[in-house]
Design a binder for this molecule. Sequence first.
Ligand code: AP5
Length: 226
Amino acid sequence: MNNGQKRSPRAVVLFGPPGSGKGTQAKLLTERTGFPQISTGDMLREHVQAGDEIGREVAKLMHAGSLVPDELVNALVKQRVARPDCRDGFILDGYPRTQQQAERLGVLLEGRGIDQVVIHLVVDYNKVIARLSGRRQCPVCGTLYNVLSRPPKQADVCDLDGAGLVIREDDSEAVIRERLEEYERQTRPVLEYFHSAGRRLYEVDAGREVPPVVCERIYKLIENGG
Ligand code: AP5
């Protein structure tokens, strides 16, 4: 409850390994809060698809499962959060994932008077590999499916718009393993940074329950911390 007082804008950081459900939760939280989803992965894939200068710079790195340069993603996020739909808050999906990115985000948000809350989605790696191997996505509306846990009504066809579903290029087993190693090397250590910087950080078990149940837990945490 905020007793009618205007709340500070909020940045919800969804943090976790590939396949932990960041994109799934970001979409559900967008419906629940009205805050836009800011996915650095989606933004980068749009550039790759457009074949523009940024796309050409990052395509090889992404296909290999490596992170792209900090300065590039920092600039994309800075531009995106300046847009009017981020005025009350936004959901960061897949950013920050290095300490340098986390530091830059801290400066950006402090400068704009935006509160930050970090949600760490905790999921066992075996589950993550199974999830990513079964992921399918609609190229038109972005809806995420899973052949095991959330199959479409008709195989490989989007329930919402009838488009043929696609498999992400970096969802092959070899690249999934590289992405997980990159997470261990560069991203997981950012949790220690969040602790030392005194960020509001919550761990959420995202490996057992269906997405709407996980979303409800996150929503309660970001609304009132419990
Ligand atoms: P990005 O697109 O961010 O990929 P990622 O972090 O590897 O995460 P994913 O999108 O694979 O998984 P997710 O956690 O969103 O899970 P999802 O909800 O889809 O990044 C891709 C690449 O871009 C990087 O490798 C890097 O090259 C580059 N990049 C991006 N950001 C960068 C940055 N900040 N800095 C540098 N480089 C960057 O769920 C997965 C599957 O599980 C789905 O099928 C879903 O239906 C299913 N599922 C979800 N939740 C549940 C549940 N509760 N129960 C059962 N199934 C579930």
